[in-house]
Design a protein around this ligand. Sequence first.
Ligand SMILES: CC/C=C\C=C\CC(=O)SCCNC(=O)CCNC(=O)[C@H](O)C(C)(C)COP(=O)(O)OP(=O)(O)OC[C@H]1O[C@@H](n2cnc3c(N)ncnc32)[C@H](O)[C@@H]1OP(=O)(O)O
Length: 265
Amino acid sequence: MMDYSIRDQVAVIKLDNPPVNVLGSAALTSIYDGIGKADRDPSIKAVVICGKNGIFCAGVDIKELDNGLHAPWIKHIGDFIDNMKKPVVAAIEGFALGGGLELALFCHYRIALKTVRVSLPELQLGLMPGAGGTIRLPRAAGLNNAFDIITTGNRIPAEKAAMMGIIDQIVTGDIIEEGIKFVKSKCNIDTSLVCLRMKTVKYSGDLDDISEAFMTKVKSKFKGAIAPIVSILEFVIIILDLYYVHLQSLSKNSPTYTRAKGTCK
Ligand SMILES: CC/C=C\C=C\CC(=O)SCCNC(=O)CCNC(=O)[C@H](O)C(C)(C)COP(=O)(O)OP(=O)(O)OC[C@H]1O[C@@H](n2cnc3c(N)ncnc32)[C@H](O)[C@@H]1OP(=O)(O)O
């Protein structure tokens, strides 16, 4: 399900679940184990996550969804990386779709070949991007772009994704070599500063107006099947609102207040 190797003090975690590296229970467990191993090993300075077979990851294994995915649920991987001091980069080729993009968004950085496409197609499948997509995508790409990507399921080309802030660098050549080179240059950076979950959500205009406009657009597109879509959009808004509520409960002098304040501008 995953190859673990060490190159020049960098752990390379290569998803290996042919043909398209979907995330079932076994693959998720092996990624979680691999990241834990890299974190515990004092000789490892950084981590690259990539995929075999010319593709990063086609998302969660849809065939397993009916039976329920077993622990560690994909979100646990995100929680773990959020707290890692060693930088983690997603080195993307082919596609990063659904849970695959969410996995990439867990990482501190994302690099990609120019030919890459990313998307969150969950909504079209009657699902929601529940593994952090609603939290991290707005923080990477801004609220307006995130709503657009989540509601359309469009596949975004790498260069556009880079302009939006989803991809940090477009590279050419061997994606793993590039990943190693990239992540080694980030070893002295405080990872909490690049952890997407702690970043500010950027949006232009009034939050209620933006969400209302997207609701209207989505309702007209998905005639007769809007319940999950409306819930998902509301969920994104609720997450933002929760940050405000959380803020109000904190002492204004606390470091947590200062940090949390930055997440909901
Ligand atoms: C509570 C919240 C829970 C879950 C959240 C889930 C989020 C998700 O990740 S949902 C999944 C989102 N991903 C997708 O929708 C991607 C679907 N796949 C594709 O679009 C394409 O397969 C492709 C990745 C673009 C590759 O295309 P191609 O090279 O033409 O190969 P295919 O013939 O389409 O696929 C090969 C083989 O893989 C199977 N497969 C592809 N994706 C998945 C998947 N996500 N889960 C399970 N299986 C998948 C596909 O069915 C083919 O299988 P065969 O047996 O060979 O037919």
